[in-house]
Design a protein around this ligand. Structure first.
Ligand code: PSU
Ligand code: MN
Length: 305
């Protein structure tokens, strides 16, 4: 039984891939576990529109009734976005076989989306922030980092949220052999804020340069991904110090309540959002849409190389 049997592509995505046109993968965990309704639907649709505006075809990925689905319809995105909290399985690498075997609905994380994108032949993926090493729990290393080390998909993001330990996150990426590219930035972005102060491996200025690095990795048969980091647009950025108070408090609460493993990230994201009221939301949406548009430009450049 081949892998193609288990991947269901929308006709638009499959035609684009067959024609060698630019396609950008989008994840679904940010819809079910990252953002509340109705911001989650609005943002998912705005990201798809931004990919189209950038000249590529969007492919939002999820598991629906046990079927790996690439290129969700608007109705499918709305269905995931309105499902009660906790009723959709958060699918990282280890969760995919469980959701498939049991015929469940599953939302793919960065790791889960990379796996499926690679199976479908999609080389570029846009999201907000990747998972990383948790603060105060250095053995809680997101499967996203390990996936970046073993799956050749480029992930366009604004770094990792500062709910994480960013220096340790960069160390793991180095160990995993993942190039960390700064598109218009010399330092790793810190999600809501433009800079973590930590250096990236290379500063580039254009989508074409990003495509050249992705293409070079492919030419040498690299088995790992490439992380292309893009800071949140200047006008939507938040001061890092403002976030820090909320993050410290949320992290302490997670510890008190013994929240670990896959529950940690959704808990921290929700708590930090509550503690900063609506302020962080604008930055979050702005960077997601900006990353989707940037990923489309990279995918277009990659398709024409
Ligand atoms: N970062 C965000 N929003 C999110 C996530 C990360 O700002 O929704 C999601 C992504 O899907 C990411 C996952 O892959 O959380 C990481 O979870 P964990 O730490 O359990 O690997
Ligand atoms: Mn985690």
């Amino acid at each position: 039984m081949g892998m193609s049997i288990t991947v269901h592509l929308s006709s638009e995505v499959s035609e684009a891939l067959r024609a060698g046109r630019a396609v950008v993968a989008l994840e679904s965990t940010l819809i079910t576990h990252g953002l509340p309704y109705p911001v989650n639907v609005e943002t998912a649709l705005a990201m798809e529109a931004a990919v189209r505006a950038g000249g590529a075809v969007p492919a939002t990925i999820a598991v629906l009734g046990g079927k790996i689905t690439v290129g969700l319809t608007r109705a499918q995105i709305e269905m995931l976005a309105t499902r009660p909290a906790g009723s959709v399985r958060k699918c990282s690498r280890r969760d995919l076989p469980i959701a498939i075997a049991r015929g469940e609905d599953g939302a793919t994380t960065v790791a889960g989306t990379m796996i499926v994108a690679h199976m479908a032949g999609i080389r570029v993926f846009a999201t907000g922030g990747i998972g990383g090493v948790h603060r105060g729990a250095p053995f809680d290393v997101s499967a996203d980092l390990i996936e970046l080390g073993r799956t050749p998909v480029a992930v366009v993001c604004s770094g990792a949220k500062s709910i994480l330990d960013l220096p340790l996150t960069l160390e793991v990426l180095e160990t995993q052999g993942v190039p960390v590219v700064g598109l218009g930035t010399e330092t790793l972005p810190a999600f809501y804020s433009r800079s973590s102060g930590l250096p990236v491996d290379v500063l580039i200025q254009t989508a074409v340069e990003a495509a050249q690095i992705i293409a070079a990795a492919q030419r040498i048969g690299a088995k790992h991904g490439v992380l292309v980091t893009v800071p949140v647009p200047e006008q939507d950025a938040m001061p890092a110090e403002k976030m820090e108070v909320a993050i410290r408090r949320a992290t302490a609460e997670a510890e008190e309540n013994k929240i670990h493993g896959k529950a940690a990230t959704p808990f921290l994201l929700a708590r930090v959002a509550e503690l900063t009221a609506g302020e962080s939301r604008r930055a979050n949406i702005a960077l997601l849409v900006n990353n989707a548009r940037t990923a489309a430009e990279i995918a277009v450049a990659l398709a024409t190389l």
